[in-house]
Design a protein around this ligand. Structure first.
Ligand SMILES: Nc1ncnc2c1ncn2[C@@H]1O[C@H](COP(=O)(O)OP(=O)(O)OP(=O)(O)O)[C@@H](O)[C@H]1O
Ligand SMILES: [Mg+2]
Length: 243
């Protein structure tokens, strides 16, 4: 479904030298799979995700979506993949625009991708909000009028509009309490079963990764230093994380 081969991203520092922030990263993610990407702060987790979705350009390496190489095509050609390969960020407050209602922000996505005529959109927005566990009446509110957990659900609804096959979840629960975190991930699991979506779950939370991931990778010193083939127990993961 998604394959990354020998991905490297270098940054040019003010002294003129180039140094890698991620180096020679290879992994793949299957359909309907949740793969965890763990690593300490600043270890390069988001850089991997941003390169995969061409939000920044990798220095070298190859990226494949369903067997098609996507790192060497133009941004214009890449647009057709954009719909199906999505990302949700940690900070839902900065993802949502404070001056538009939830409804306006969801409608904008339908229009941008020409997914529906204006009459059908109303019903689709209500269905999506229900799918993510929100009362559709929330659509008339502005982002500052809803809770952080509700905002994160709106962000999930927004990426679901295009019916993606793959979603990067980049620290999406770090501003939520434990109860809301569990609810959000249970919701994401339900969505996965129904819509056959794959996730790359980026986190520093070992417990969360063990609970929700089919496989786990640990990033350290700019490289993947651990890559499991199946579920990992918390104690084992702590050992690898601290090594
Ligand atoms: N454009 C850039 N210029 C210089 N350094 C950068 C740039 N982008 C990222 N870095 C550095 O590369 C490293 C990896 O950053 P990245 O954001 O990928 O880490 P992360 O694992 O996602 O961290 P966090 O857990 O804090 O989200 C950091 O040390 C960061 O400061
Ligand atoms: Mg990050």
């Amino acid at each position: 479904m998604v394959e990354v081969k020998k991905l490297t991203k270098e940054i040019k520092y003010s002294t003129g030298i180039f140094l890698p922030i991620i180096n020679d990263i290879s992994f793949s993610i299957d359909k309907k799979e949740t793969v965890g990407l763990l690593g300490k702060i600043g270890s390069g987790k988001s850089t991997i995700a941003l390169c995969m979705l061409r939000l920044i350009e990798p220095t070298s390496g190859e990226i494949y979506f369903e067997g098609e190489r996507v790192d060497n095509i133009s941004q214009r050609k890449f647009r057709k993949f954009r719909k199906e390969y999505q990302i949700i960020f940690q900070d839902s407050s900065s993802t949502l625009n404070p001056i538009y209602t939830i409804e306006e922000q969801l409608r904008e996505v339908f229009l941008y991708y020409k997914l529906s005529d204006n009459n059908n959109v109303d019903k689709k927005i209500d269905n999506l909000l229900e799918e993510v566990g929100l009362n559709p009446s929330i659509k008339r509110k502005y982002p500052h009028e809803i809770s952080t957990g509700e905002k994160q659900r709106v962000c999930i609804a927004r990426v679901l509009i295009t019916n993606p096959k793959f979603i990067v979840l980049d620290e999406i629960s770090s501003s939520l309490d434990v109860i809301n975190e569990r609810k959000i991930f249970d919701l994401l699991k339900d969505i996965q079963k129904k819509r056959f979506v794959s996730y790359l779950l980026i986190t520093h939370n070992i417990k969360l990764a063990c609970n929700y991931c089919d496989r786990i990778m640990i990033l350290s010193d700019k490289k993947l230093k651990f890559l499991s083939n199946n579920k990992v127990q918390e104690e084992e993961l702590v050992k690898h994380f601290e090594d």
